[in-house]
Design a protein around this ligand. Structure first.
Ligand code: SF4
Length: 456
């Protein structure tokens, strides 16, 4: 599971349509709450597929940072809250076929004029569960990908793990393959809650994995937690915070539980006719994250975004998030992956069979796309960077020739009146309260045609 609320939402068709703004303060309803891209995914469509494919044949902007996202869609079990494209039934032959497709996909893209002469600045292995792969499969994948696009000079290579898939030897191998940011999808330290949410690992595996990861010497270890899993209580959340402080990871990422339509939890809600999800309300989830951030800050951590706190901000960054939110290009490899290249958003085939089949027959696996305007690019950068809690108007004036403080003067004045933000010269800062509900506040900056529609 990812750490940044910026990956592939699922593709199942939901009922009914509830937009993000409905999810304001109280019960958790079904639907996507987090804003991870702009324009909304629901606007991307197969009609623009050829535009994305053609864009790869045009020269790229060598000055624009370039990243690579690789999707590993395999998991041991499907968590009840999961909305990613994952498979729990694939054997080693299926996996080998998939890894070959991913390697071949990157090889085809690396030769395109859009990529020629550009170097990868960041790489992100997400899923699914990248650590589901064996040592041999990981080595095969890394060597295969780097035959096309080496990344020795990249600033960050991030890798998601499920604790129950790890052992000391595998972690050492992952380290030796050059991973700089290891992200452990812990989510909760309580075995009953992990079981209730159909999570594959248990707390014993978390402690073992954390110790082995430290011993392996990764430059950065992040742990993911979720506030508001099925069965979460006040006392247990406090215990989660205390355990986190004892582990003292370099970074802590905390999500507030959302219930997108293609989760098992939503399917169960539909069966029983429930409208409210059986998890904590938004106010409680925000308070839990707020308490966690306060405890982390008391131990010297710095809150760097709506979801993340880091132990030493002078040394611990998150290049993938910062570059993506600043408008970097990103190649997306693997089933269902989302990328952005030369002003075009795109997503690959959402199922593994058509994905592998497209790549093996020498065709592009891109399924849908959306070319975006300069105005949309500006809004995208604005809403994503607001999630950092602090934003300057200067880069927008310099890059887009637009002063965001003037463009959105009414909205900003309204939010200021509500005590949600302050402005000092060129800088805007969200209050902590606003930061913890920032996704809800972003829709006001969307173009009118993108407000009130389904997000994913
Ligand atoms: S570990 Fe769970 S939440 Fe993460 S991708 Fe797999 S099934 Fe989904």
């Amino acid at each position: 599971m990812t750490a940044v609320n910026d990956k592939t939402p699922g593709s199942d068709t939901p009922l009914p349509v509830l937009d993000n703004e409905d999810q304001s303060n109280q019960s958790t309803l079904a639907g996507n709450y987090f804003v991870s891209n702009y324009p909304p995914f629901s606007q991307w469509n197969p009609g623009h597929r050829d535009t994305a494919i053609a864009r790869f044949d045009e020269p790229g902007d060598v000055d624009r940072p370039l990243g690579l996202y690789v999707h590993i869609p395999f998991c041991r079990k499907r968590c009840h809250f999961c909305y990613f494209r994952v498979y729990t039934d694939k054997n080693s032959d299926d996996i080998r076929q998939y890894l070959d497709a991913v390697i071949d996909e990157l090889a085809a893209l690396a030769n395109k004029p859009q990529i020629a002469g550009r170097k990868l600045k960041f790489i992100y292995f997400g899923g699914g569960t990248p650590s589901y792969l064996s040592d041999q499969q990981l080595t095969y994948l890394f060597e295969g990908l780097q035959r096309s696009l080496p990344w020795d000079w990249a600033d960050e290579v991030a890798f998601e793990c499920e604790p129950g898939t790890l052992n000391a030897k595998k972690l050492q191998r992952i380290h030796d393959l050059g991973i700089t940011r290891l992200s452990l999808g812990i989510e909760n330290f309580n075995d009953d809650i992990l079981a209730l949410n159909n999570r594959a690992h248990r707390s014993k595996q978390v402690y073992g994995a954390y110790e082995w990861a430290r011993d392996a010497g990764f430059p950065q270890i992040n742990i993911d937690l979720i506030a508001g899993m099925l069965g979460e209580t006040e006392d247990n959340w406090k215990a989660n915070i205390e355990t986190t402080l004892k582990l003292a990871p370099d970074a802590v990422t905390i999500y507030q539980m959302e219930i997108p339509y293609n989760t098992t939890i939503y399917k169960q809600m539909k069966e029983t006719g429930a409208v409210e999800a059986p998890v904590a309300d938004w106010e409680t989830k925000r308070r839990w994250v707020s308490e966690a951030f306060a405890a982390l800050e008391a131990e010297g951590y710095t809150v760097g975004s709506a979801y993340t706190a880091v132990r030493d901000k002078s040394t611990i960054g998150f290049v993938y998030r910062d570059e993506l939110w600043a408008g970097a290009d990103m190649l997306a490899c693997g089933v269902s992956s989302f990328g952005h290249i030369g002003g075009v958003h795109y997503q690959n085939q959402a199922d593994i069979v058509p994905y592998v089949s497209a790549v093996s027959s020498g065709e592009s696996p891109i399924f849908r796309a959306l070319p975006i305007t300069e105005e949309e690019a500006m809004i995208r950068q604005w809403v994503l960077q607001l999630k950092l809690g602090h934003i300057s108007r200067r880069p927008f004036i310099d890059r887009f020739g637009v002063d965001p403080f003037e463009r959105w003067a009414d909205i900003l004045s309204d939010y200021q009146t509500q005590g949600l933000l302050s402005i000092d010269g060129d800088e805007l800062t969200l209050t902590r309260d606003a930061l913890l509900q920032v996704d809800r506040l972003l829709h006001a900056f969307f173009l009118p045609q993108h407000r009130g529609i389904r997000y994913a």
